[in-house]
Design a protein around this ligand. Structure first.
Ligand code: DX5
Ligand code: ZN
Length: 218
C-alpha cells in the first residue's frame, strides 16, 4: 500500500542518542517523524519541548510531525513552529478556543491537525474540519508508548473517513497508539493514511523491516 505514510514516534527511541535514532529511521524509510510533546498536566508524563526539537532539526530532512499533548497549546505554537515543526497537532480537549488555535498554526504556514482522545466524539471538530490538514485519532489514551490498541476507535476512524468524503475534503487521517503489524491492516481498512508507531519500530532491531511490515500490511 504505497499511499500509507509511516511516522515513527521518537518517544520509543533511545533518548541518549536522538540524532542517530532520527537518522536511522529516515534511512529505514520513514515518511514523517512523530514528536510527542507532553506537559505532565494534559497527560501524566513529561517529554521534551522546542529546544530538543530544534536540536534534532539539522540532523533530518523528514517532515516533523509535532503532537502537542499540552494544556492551552496556543501558548507555545509559535515556539514549536520556530523549532522546526512542519505539522502541528493540538488536542481538542486541551484548548477553549480550538478554531483560534488552529488558525494560529495555519498563519505560521504549518500543517494543522487536531488530535482526539479515544473517548472524544467527532462532533467536536464538526465546524473546523474544513480548516484542518489532518485529524489525529488517538487509539490509546495519550501519555505513554507501548500501550494496547483500543478497538472501539475503529468505528470513529470509519465515521471520520465518511464525513471527509461526504464533504469532498482531502483531510488526512493519522492514527496513534498501539499500531503494529496486527492492528495496521484494521486502521488502514477503516481509512487511516498515516500510521504513527513507536514501540513497533524502535522496539525492533531492524527499523527498515519494521517500517516495511507496517506499510505493506493490508
Ligand atoms: C502516546 C503517543 C504516541 C506513542 C505511540 O501518548 O502519542 O505517539 O509514542 O507509541 P506506541 O506506537 O508504542 O503505541
Ligand atoms: Zn503521538
Amino acid at each position: 500500500n504505497k499511499k500509507i505514510l509511516i511516522a515513527p514516534s521518537l518517544l520509543s527511541a533511545d533518548f541518549s542518542k536522538l540524532a542517530q535514532e532520527v537518522k536511522a529511521v529516515e534511512k529505514a524509510g520513514a515518511d514523517l517523524l512523530h514528536l510527542d510533546v507532553m506537559d505532565g498536566l494534559f497527560v501524566p508524563n513529561l517529554t521534551f519541548g522546542p529546544l530538543v526539537i530544534s536540536s534534532i532539526r539539522p540532523h533530518s530532512n523528514l517532515i516533523f510531525d509535532v503532537h502537542l499533548m499540552i494544556e492551552s497549546p496556543e501558548r507555545y505554537i509559535k515556539d514549536f513552529a520556530d523549532s522546526g515543526a512542519d505539522w502541528i497537532s493540538i488536542h481538542a480537549e486541551a484548548t477553549k478556543h480550538l478554531h483560534r488555535a488552529i488558525w494560529k498554526i495555519k498563519e505560521l504556514d504549518k500543517k494543522a491537525g487536531v488530535a482526539l482522545n479515544p473517548h472524544t466524539p467527532l462532533e467536536i471538530i464538526k465546524y473546523v474540519l474544513e480548516d484542518l490538514d489532518y485529524v489525529l485519532i488517538m487509539t490509546v489514551n495519550p501519555g505513554f508508548g507501548g500501550q494496547k490498541f483500543i478497538k472501539n476507535c475503529l468505528s470513529k476512524i470509519k465515521e471520520l473517513k465518511e464525513l471527509i468524503e461526504k464533504r469532498g475534503l482531502n483531510t488526512l487521517i493519522e492514527v496513534d497508539g498501539g499500531i503494529n503489524a496486527e492492528t495496521a491492516p484494521e486502521v488502514i481498512k477503516a481509512g487511516a493514511k498515516i500510521l504513527v508507531a513507536g514501540s513497533a519500530i524502535f522496539g525492533e532491531k531492524d527499523y527498515a523491516k519494521a517500517i516495511e511490515a507496517l506499510k505493506s500490511s493490508t
